[in-house]
Design a protein around this ligand. Structure first.
Ligand code: IMP
Ligand code: MG
Length: 179
């Protein structure tokens, strides 16, 4: 792995495919133990989490459902802060054990705005799994129940994460090189 360009910016290798896959196996084994016999409903937040959700879901050995919803709130390298909409949630949450799948928690704004909408539907429980967390960027504190990696407050791409639409297909995670 070496330095790559996405649009006008350079990124350096940060987390390898092997490190990501090991973290996912660890999260999956916790979930397999915690949700045995509960038929949890996983709600993956598009677009960023599609690859993480897919790899994580394949590691689950329990009975589980998954659905994908879309909440757009990000443009360029800084959070724009406004959440556009939540589309695609067509399953009743009442009495369900819900697990939200996020690619990355940055300021925490997206989930903080969205979780009350879900709680309103009275799930039996609701937990959050995130691949990445930038604690230094927190504006809206959030409890992440299952986490892959704590990372510094640097913009990252790859493994589903984009920089203005590009970079999602890179199998590893790369970090912005400050210029
Ligand atoms: P938050 O609402 O500030 O926590 O932002 C969450 C969303 O912003 C994530 O689900 C990502 O889609 C996007 N995001 C935050 N940080 C990054 C990053 O470093 N690279 C790519 N997308 C990011
Ligand atoms: Mg996202």
């Amino acid at each position: 792995m070496s330095v790559i360009r996405v649009h006008d910016k350079s990124f350096e290798p940060y987390l390898s495919a092997g490190e990501i896959s090991a973290a996912i196996k660890k999260i999956a084994s916790s979930l397999n133990a915690e949700y045995e016999g509960k038929k949890p409903l996983f709600i993956a937040i598009l677009n960023g989490s599609f690859i993480f959700a897919s790899d994580l879901f394949k590691e689950l050995t329990i009975e589980a459902e998954i659905c994908f919803i879309k909440l757009a709130s990000y443009k360029g390298t800084k959070s724009t802060g406004h959440i556009v909409t939540a589309i695609g949630l067509d399953i009743d949450l009442i009495g369900r054990d819900v697990v939200i799948i996020e690619d990355i928690v940055d300021t925490g704004k997206t989930l903080n705005h969205f979780l009350p909408q879900l709680r309103h539907q009275q799930p039996a429980s609701m937990k959050i799994v995130a691949l990445l967390h930038k604690p230094e960027a927190t504006l809206f504190p959030l409890k992440i129940d299952y986490l892959g990696f704590t990372i510094p407050d640097k913009f990252v791409v790859g493994y589903g994460l984009d920089y203005d639409g590009l970079g999602r297909n890179i199998p590893e995670i790369y970090k912005l090189i400050d210029s």
